[in-house]
Design a protein around this ligand. Structure first.
Ligand SMILES: Nc1ncnc2c1ncn2[C@@H]1O[C@H](COP(=O)(O)OP(=O)(O)OP(=O)(O)O)[C@@H](O)[C@H]1O
Length: 320
């Protein structure tokens, strides 16, 4: 990873709409994305993530601020992102009528892959992403997940130095998601490709992302490596409890945890300092509540905990 900045963003501001109903979608965002890093953008729905990446791609004009791409001002060279970056948008309907293989091959040709190499390049990426079996089917006649995966293939083909991907793994099954994360890592490791991606899947992204920016209400509220972000909440551990049936509400430990827990049905997640967590667990496993307890675990914080600590909403996260 070098010191070259694929993107240097300063004071980026963009408002949608006008007058009383307008929304400040990006509010003075500063970001540096280094060449060869996988850079994640996390944040709750409506935080301004898509607005940010559309500006990085030159698809939306900033109201204020600058975007430098490899040292050049995107405003002065608006075609720069389209030439240097492969982009996956939220909906990709342009290629819908084409068979997958044709969509990938056509994109490869447009990106300068020599005619003699197109077939091999196309077949390699279809194989890498597990799309070979549907290569002859038009995108419009694929399942939602397969179509998304085919769009990922068209974004990745042609070895652009930058990839900007808006939720590349949303809607994919576990095998396909693993294929996408693997494909991104391989490009970063082998070719120094810079990847900027939006994701809600923090649990999987954690192992792939070099750095993460957390957006909320148009602002960057944290930006660091997953490790450093986790260190910022590292005083705490996460206690996960799965209840077999309704826990006794009059048990003082249960009542204390209930007030602190994020709940998902009978699953409770509580962030506590280690000593309190150990004590609580000790009381639960020796007291009356044990009969209601199905399973428990104590874990050091994940990027998910960071996200939640910073104010992200658990409903916006995919748990897979
Ligand atoms: N074309 C538009 N006109 C008006 N408001 C818009 C428009 N596009 C986005 N917004 C608003 O701007 C804010 C940021 O939207 P954006 O799509 O960038 O968020 P996001 O973080 O990508 O959200 P999500 O996770 O739901 O995709 C939201 O409040 C959204 O409602």
């Amino acid at each position: 990873m070098g010191d070259v900045l694929s993107y240097a963003v300063r004071g980026l501001t963009r408002r949608h709409g006008v007058g009383g109903h307008s929304v400040l979608a990006n509010d003075r965002i500063d970001l540096d994305v280094r060449q060869g890093e996988v850079f994640g953008v996390l944040g709750p729905n409506g935080a301004g993530k898509t607005t940010l990446v559309r500006q990085l791609m030159g698809l939306l004009r900033p109201d204020a601020g600058t975007i430098m791409m490899f040292g050049r001002d995107v405003r002065a060279a608006p075609d720069l992102p389209a030439r240097l970056a492969g982009y996956l948008g939220q909906d990709d309907l342009a290629l819908a009528e084409l068979p997958v293989a044709t969509a990938v091959a056509t994109t490869a040709r447009m990106r300068g892959v020599p005619r003699a190499a197109v077939r091999e390049v196309r077949d390699d990426i279809l194989d890498e992403l597990g799309l070979t079996a549907v290569a002859d089917r038009p995108l419009a006649r694929l399942s939602g997940g397969q179509r998304r995966l085919a769009c990922v293939a068209t974004a990745l083909v042609g070895d652009r130095p930058v990839l900007v991907l808006d939720e590349p793994t949303t809607g994919l099954d576990p095998v396909a998601r693993r294929a996408v994360w693997g494909a991104l890592q391989r490009r970063r490791d082998a070719a120094g490709t810079t990847v900027v991606l939006i994701t809600h899947n923090v649990l999987e992204a954690e192992s792939v992302l070099d750095r993460v920016a957390v957006l909320e209400s148009g602002r960057v509220i944290a930006c660091d490596t997953p490790g450093q972000l986790k260190a910022s909440v590292s005083g705490d551990v996460r206690l996960d409890l799965a209840w077999r049936h309704e826990p006794p509400a009059d048990d003082p430990t249960v009542a204390m945890l209930a007030g602190l827990a994020t709940t998902n049905g009978r699953r409770w997640t509580v962030r506590l300092d280690p000593a309190t967590a150990r004590e609580a667990l000790g009381r639960l496993t020796t007291g009356a509540a044990l009969a209601a307890l199905d399973d428990f675990s104590l874990a050091t914080p994940s990027l998910e905990d960071v996200y939640l600590t910073l104010g992200g909403a658990s409903r916006d996260l995919e748990r897979t």
